[in-house]
Ligand binder design. Structure first.
Ligand SMILES: [Zn+2]
Ligand SMILES: [Zn+2]
Length: 77
């Protein structure tokens, strides 16, 4: 049994996600995304796909990066 660190749910099928050497426990992907997914710097949505990264900034898509002033980016497919 493990307890989800986001909602506190005690769930026998909880899973762990390791990020930056830290282990997190969640009962659902929804909670994992809530806790771990970065936000797009431009539109503020959760980046749960590949997203794009430029100069340490994270965006949900190349279009957002471009609108935020980062050029020469392509979506990573
Ligand atoms: Zn949860
Ligand atoms: Zn965006």
């Amino acid at each position: 049994m493990a307890t989800c660190e986001v909602c506190g749910n005690d769930y026998d099928k909880a899973f762990q996600v390791v990020q930056d050497d830290e282990t997190h426990v969640f009962d659902s992907f929804e909670c994992a995304i809530h806790a771990l997914a970065p936000r797009c710097e431009h539109c503020d949505c959760r980046v749960i796909g590949h997203g794009v990264e430029a100069d340490g900034r994270i965006f949900c898509c190349a279009n957002c990066a471009e609108l935020a002033g980062v050029s020469a980016l392509r979506d990573r497919v």
